[in-house]
Design a protein around this ligand. Sequence first.
Ligand SMILES: [Zn+2]
Length: 413
Amino acid sequence: MEIMNVALLSKWKWRILNDKEAVWHDFLEARYGNIKLKVLVGDSSVVHNNDSIWWRDLITSDNYDNLLLDNFSSSVRVCVGNGESTPFWYAHWIRQHSLMASFPDLFARACDHIINIACAGSFHNSGWRWDVNSIFQQANSVSSLADNMTVGAGLADWISVVNELQQGGSSGCLTAEEVGSRTAAASSTEQQPPTVFGELLRNTELLKDVPDSFSWSLGPDGIFSVKSCYEFLKAKLSGPDLLADKVRAPSKVLFFCWRFIHNRLATRDLLVRRGILNEGSESFCVLCMKEEESRTHLFSNCDVSITVWRRVYMWLGVGDFLSLEEFQDFLYHCDKISCLSKRAILSVAWLATIWTLWLKRNAIIFKEESFSFLECMSEILIISWNWLGSFYKKAPLCNYFGWNTQPLLCFTL
Ligand SMILES: [Zn+2]
């Protein structure tokens, strides 16, 4: 029943993309802004808690972890015109997968995850020019890409190209052609996503006066049908669903979670295996400086992380339902919590914990910050409060103080 409901809501999304003549179209646009872009992003980062419930449900209707890369948006092929309705990272517009899925490390460093294609460059007399800075914004964020050396040596060359232009006092605008040709010459490693990234952009030309158009990849004629959507969803949702429910967190966090589950985070053990870091002190966990950093160490066995987990566990007060170890592996034990509201709160708290640990680890490495338990805990509380607050009903009288003291009583579905 729920799958049918998602398929029917997908029909609405399809109509928003294609039914320009409908009387409600202008109304929705006036109320919610760039509705096509929002439909193609399809997650909590484009809804607000003062949006109507109908709109929030519509936009996030397929926000399941199983559908993270196989949702409505992934079944829509965009033929790019002026790029105004198409999200740069989320939509399928230049290749089989979205740029978010193809270049996760670049996506993680992008300054604005929901930027549309039209904002990633501009039209000049000679035609469309991409602007790398508007995708990655500042020199700092671009050069910090180099710190996260997860995508092969080609990236360092690519960044030096960008920096050179910025420091040279030019407009800072790098055409995709320059990115593509200069990195192609500079790098010789097997994996060169930045080069591929540059080339993909170079080969795409925008058309100033033509709106973007959309076709449905699951039907023979490119037209949406509820039946094809239903069959697709049914196949995807029948597998094991790790988080069991919809998860209300921004998709960059869900995407991080997906990489966590599949061990695709750039932890130091993996960087050693790829020859980017040397074995020994370079591969040590920056939280404890005692052991090699791996996913298991960083998120489960590290003394520092264990202390954080214990504090979160004590704060939540779930000792009657789950052991500390079970909470650390919440993905595999979430069905022990039968109350859906509590399960939602625990999923979000769990996700906020691994997300914050990862951000803290990155801040130590890339910004030379030091670790503080107090800060770490308050960030976990604040972000989980924000993620839940944008979707769930707050219990009467529940404020941030209540969240601090009795979190499981604060939100209901
Ligand atoms: Zn450690």
